[in-house]
Write a protein that binds this ligand. Structure first.
Ligand SMILES: *Cc1c(COP(=O)(O)O)cnc(C)c1O
Ligand SMILES: [Zn+2]
Length: 425
């Protein structure tokens, strides 16, 4: 801390001091990038010092975050991030990609990547003395805010579409948030949450609106570089290694923007010597950013979202511009996959890598499969696929991917018959 200079608008470039603005650009409502004093971070920190940290959470990167030490050491909030990065051997073989890596962010306290953002937003809320935090959510951002806020003792209000998967709603309720299910789309819940935050004076966490979410999400890029360097066993002097390509699923576009910011921070610091290519994967049923990428312009035109991957089902991506640039500025690309490809990806990740992903989490992997088929990537590339959410959050989708279990009489004869029948199929 002490390195937070303020904000820069991603559209017009206007700059603001840390306390001059709370959410977006006052000129054009553009999303704001947090600006850090990179020089100062570089002068007072090093990759060696961070590698020596014993903090197994996002807080090991506190010197690169725009918030003071929230003093969470030893509490449950510590458990956010530092998720495993590993080589799925069987999946590598099946795909013919010998340098494939997975990072499983389903293993966060509330079982999705969103915990990274919510932990940092809650710390910011406490810093500015907010009394209540509110967010609109398809489910995971809300669960993450509810969980992080509960641990910090901050009241939370969550607006989610009434169609949110039951497990996600259960998470909201068990963490004690005030939960309101909106009879409408995520986009409508989003607009309502802005109105409510304004009317009641609450602090709004919304994705692609609050500048601190991307700061939390960028910690995944830091982990990718630090863990990847450890895994391939070669630090290059004072810098970390990067994969050649990173695949991530995209709805509002805040995760991919946060990752991009994280890699840029490290590059500006000289802690990595090149950027990875970043690949955004959308559902064909919710592909506004993909459409702009294909059209070759920066006009994000809203769609009517319809996909079983509820966490990336978005009409108007709230962080579309930065999300698009994450791919275009790194030589990456956008890929769109059908719901059937997402269900197949859920089976592959589970059956060949032991990773149970929710549909939106498996979407990144479905995108890699397609990118390999279409020659977007070199099979020798070092590729990292990020799973963003745990499959237990959406059991109905998992059953859709995996089918029903057979019921038998409790006898060996019945079991033999059933097994024989299954073997025939
Ligand atoms: C929110 C979410 C995403 C997409 O993140 P955006 O910032 O909306 O692009 C992907 N996967 C899961 C599991 C999510 O919860
Ligand atoms: Zn602006």
């Amino acid at each position: 801390m002490g390195t937070f200079l303020g904000y820069r608008c991603s559209i017009c470039g206007s700059e603001y001091g840390p306390d001059e603005v709370t959410y977006t650009c006052s000129q054009d409502s553009g999303n704001l990038d947090v600006v850090l004093d990179i020089q100062q971070v570089r002068n007072s920190n090093s990759v060696q010092e961070i590698e020596a940290s014993r903090e197994s959470s996002i807080w090991r990167y506190l010197p690169l975050l725009p918030i003071p030490d929230p003093g969470y050491e030893g509490t449950t909030l510590c458990a956010v991030g530092w998720t495993p990065l590993f080589t799925p051997r069987n999946l590598q073989k099946a795909l013919g990609l010998p340098n494939l890596w997975l990072k499983d962010d389903g293993r966060n306290p509330t079982a999705s990547f969103k915990d990274r953002a919510s932990a940092v937003v809650v710390a910011r809320a406490q810093q500015i003395g907010a009394e209540v935090a509110i967010t609109a959510s398809t489910g995971n951002a809300g669960a993450a805010l509810a969980g992080m806020a509960a641990a910090a003792g901050l009241p939370a209000v969550i607006l989610a579409p009434r169609t949110a998967p039951a497990a996600k709603v259960a998470q909201l309720l068990i963490f004690g948030a005030r939960v309101l299910l909106v009879d409408g789309s995520y986009d409508e819940a989003f607009d309502l949450s802005l109105e409510a935050a304004q009317a009641f004076g609450w602090y709004c966490r919304n994705t692609g609106y609050n500048p601190f979410t991307a700061e939390g999400k960028k910690t995944a890029a830091f982990e990718i570089c630090e863990q990847f360097t450890d895994a391939v066993g070669a630090r290059n002097g004072r810098s970390w290694q990067v994969p050649d390509a990173v695949f991530v699923s995209v709805g509002d576009g805040n995760i991919i923007s946060g990752l991009h910011k994280g890699f840029k921070d490290l590059h500006d610091l000289g802690w990595i010597d090149r950027m990875p290519r970043i690949f955004g994967v959308q559902s064909t049923g919710s592909a506004a950013i993909y459409n702009a990428f294909v059209a070759g312009n920066e006009d994000i035109v809203p769609v009517r979202a319809d996909t079983l991957a509820d966490s990336i089902s978005v009409n108007l991506p709230r962080d579309g511009l930065r999300a698009l640039r994450a791919a275009t500025q790194t030589g990456g690309a956008y890929v769109a996959v059908e719901d059937d490809e997402i269900l197949a990806a859920m089976r592959d990740l589970a059956r060949k890598a032991g990773v149970f992903a929710e549909p939106a989490g498996a979407t990144a992997y479905a995108g890699l499969v397609q990118a390999q088929e279409t020659g977007l990537i070199d099979p020798e590339n070092r590729i990292l696929v990020l799973n963003t959410g745990n499959g237990l959050k959406d059991v109905r989708a998992a059953m859709q991917a995996a089918g029903e279990a057979r019921i038998i009489e409790p006898s060996l004869a019945a079991m033999r018959d059933a097994l024989a029948e299954q073997a025939e199929r």
